[in-house]
Design a protein around this ligand. Sequence first.
Ligand code: ADP
Length: 438
Amino acid sequence: MLPRFLGLFFWMAIAAIAGFWYADLIGALSGALLVTLFTNLIDLWRAQKISKWLRHNLVLEPPVLGGLWGDLIDRLRRLLSDQKKQTASHQQRLQDFLLAIQASPNGVVLLDPEGRIEWCNQTAAQHLGFDTKRDLMQHIIHLVRDPVFNKYFAQESHDNEVVIEGRSESLMKSVKLSVQLHAYAETRKLLLTRDVTALAQADAMRRDFVANVSHEIRTPLTVLSGFIETLQSLSLQPEERANYLGLMAVQAGRMQGLVSDLLILSQLEGSPLPQLTEQVELSALMTTIEIEARGLSDTHIGAFDTPQVLEFNLLPAIHLIGARNEIYSAVSNLVNNAVRYTPAGGKVTCTWSEQADNRLYFSVSDTGPGIGSEHLPRLTERFYRVDRSRSRESGGTGLGLAITKHVMQRHGGELKIESELGKGSKFTLIFPSARYLR
Ligand code: ADP
């Protein structure tokens, strides 16, 4: 500043001396004034150049000026470049932040004070059926039509979350969303969405399961307590008493069967996958199962009806790799079902075979009543029965095929069901090559 002032003073003094020499006092004043005017004009021209440079958002090259103006340009340039770097870094951080929210498995919607969508991530758009660009600045209430949400949105406080119907890709599939609003920055709101379809399904399944188990246990319990009351209140003949006790034993047996199937199911769900180190000798396993099946057939058919024909075709020297008790459950469930559902004089054929695809097959075919095709996809659901009373009469729990399917999945295999109404059924267990040794 000082050199510039001294310079100006120097030139004014020179001009004043020259003016004085030329025209006395008037000349000296005019000389000094002229120098001031001239330097002002030059400053104006330089300021104009800088202003033009700034106006063009620093795209142009900065003007080359010396002295105070050059220094000013330099400082401006540094300041602006620092600011530019800062803005770029803020923008990068914002982008990273938005990318992180995009990657979130939960939906995020930012709402302005009026409830219009300012930004939403892809997950929220998918959950609620938004278009991330087209629907920006649309009011959320116009896009989410669920009455539960409308009521929730209108509430003063949003401490709880609510479950609403989400946007589903197919009409057959219902999507359940848990949504919650959070206030931020005083007037704005953040809407979080979470897909809880699987949780809701699991919850419904759990409730159904408990209701089914209670129902299954209540029926024999009611019958049992009826008999107990009769035995307590009436003086019965020894034969009548024996008859009642026999019926009570049947009901107790049903409850035992149910409890034991439930235990097997819970063990299957709670235990680690079967190891590849345990081996089951097939012929020993099948000997036990055959003896049990023949016993079951005798009690099922009775002494006065035509007996069933049971045929067992084994493969020699095969070892299954897996958990013995699980494989036993899977195989015996199929064999016992065939015996239980096939009438007197019918035939049950159990066959082990190794096929060209290098897999081991165990099929149980029967000449029983067969199953309508509409029931086939649901047969392995817990407690699903085609004919409830027939299942119960023959001591069924409704859990056998669910157990069998579960066991096969745990051994990397599958359960195949083929059946034709009136002709009979064929249930096949298929073990992958890694699950047996020859
Ligand atoms: P359950 O204990 O009732 O037999 P399962 O899970 O073993 O339960 O079988 C489910 C249903 O599938 C049975 O209730 C029965 O209606 C049907 N089912 C199973 N095996 C046969 C079969 N071999 N023939 C006809 N129906 C069968």
